[in-house]
Write a protein that binds this ligand. Structure first.
Ligand code: SF4
Length: 320
């Protein structure tokens, strides 16, 4: 039996933009031919600049966006019953304030999924929500308060507690710390790591911050304009990055030891808008190594190890 909890196959998510009042539309590929497996018990991180399609991918996996084509399998099967799916798969959003109903007390917010999805009585529900709120490092007394009475870090702890209420197997964390102060980010990342071990969780972890990703992930997929351009174990990506885009992202990660500081790779130009995605290799308008072939032909995956591959013509003749 496969050890993959989630399988994404050739996924396209397309937005249709009206070109003018006279009609006509242009197609914007927010996610383009993405195939990924997430193994049970691992943390797979998706890295890339904002606007590269990471969050669209997360929302599509959560069935909040309908893909143009492709397949998403959970535990080897197509997702048919959303109620069952949401018991096993939960999402933590970037902004905990907008994801918590301001008119409900924390106790009500945490109880709601149990009221809807189980036949548990009040004392049983109370016991679970007290356990979960303490598990994320908050006192039981907070159950009587409202979201506005908390700091950003505390609110994210509450959002994490809610994601755990139905004892899911899989959590999608969509930029879970990027709205928080740096000092709080470390606490939340440590909490997620602890919860992963305590509850045997699997994570799809979305972030633009490679220093956070380095600390938390087992594998990394690097995304550029809707496409996965490189994927590998975290140590492979950090110690031996292949794709020029990955190298540029890594060169911007600050090092604690100044002796390890790398020369910053400055990319030409801005991230192209989704309406103007370049032909050939999508990265060719910014790549320091661009060749003629890159402008007309799309690179295929080149494999470097069982886990590590990238799409780039620089390695076309590499021995695999
Ligand atoms: Fe750069 Fe060409 Fe590789 Fe694309 S295929 S990353 S343009 S060298």
């Amino acid at each position: 039996m496969s050890d993959n909890l989630l399988e994404i196959k050739n996924l396209d998510v397309v937005y249709r933009l009206q070109k003018s009042v006279l009609g006509g539309e242009s197609l914007v590929y927010a996610v383009n031919d993405v195939s990924l497996d997430v193994k049970k018990g691992e943390i797979l991180a998706i890295a890339g600049e904002s606007g590269c399609g990471k969050s669209t991918l997360a929302k599509t996996v959560m069935k909040l966006i309908t893909p143009e084509c492709g397949e998403i399998l959970f535990e080897g099967e197509n997702i048919k019953n959303l109620k069952d799916f949401y018991k096993k798969v939960q999402i933590i959003f970037q902004n905990p304030y907008s994801s918590l109903n301001p008119k409900m007390k924390i106790g009500e917010i945490l109880s709601e999924p149990l009221v809807i999805n189980t036949n548990l009585n009040k004392p049983e529900i109370q016991k679970i929500i007290e356990e979960k709120i303490q598990k994320v490092g908050l006192e039981k007394s907070v159950l009587e308060l409202y979201p506005h009475e908390f700091s950003g870090g505390q609110r994210q702890r509450i959002a994490i507690a809610r994601s755990l209420i139905l004892s899911p197997e899989f959590i999608i964390a969509d930029e879970p710390v990027s709205a928080l102060d740096v000092s709080i980010q470390a606490q939340i990342i440590n909490l997620l790591k602890q919860l992963k071990d305590d509850f045997n969780l699997t994570f799809l972890f979305i972030s633009h911050d490679l220093s956070v990703i380095k600390y938390i992930s087992d594998r990394i997929a690097v995304m550029y304009l809707g496409e996965i351009v490189e994927i590998g174990l975290t140590e492979e990506i950090f110690n031996s990055p292949k794709h020029p885009y990955t190298k540029a992202l890594l060169s911007a990660v600050p090092e604690l030891n100044p002796q390890n500081e790398k020369e910053r790779i400055q990319l030409a130009g801005e991230l192209p808008s989704p309406e103007n995605i370049p032909q050939g290799c999508k990265f060719h308008t910014r790549c320091p190594y661009v060749m003629d072939i890159c402008k007309s032909k799309h690179p295929e995956n080149i494999k470097f190890s069982d886990n590590h591959c990238c799409k780039c013509f620089l390695y076309e003749n590499s021995v695999v």
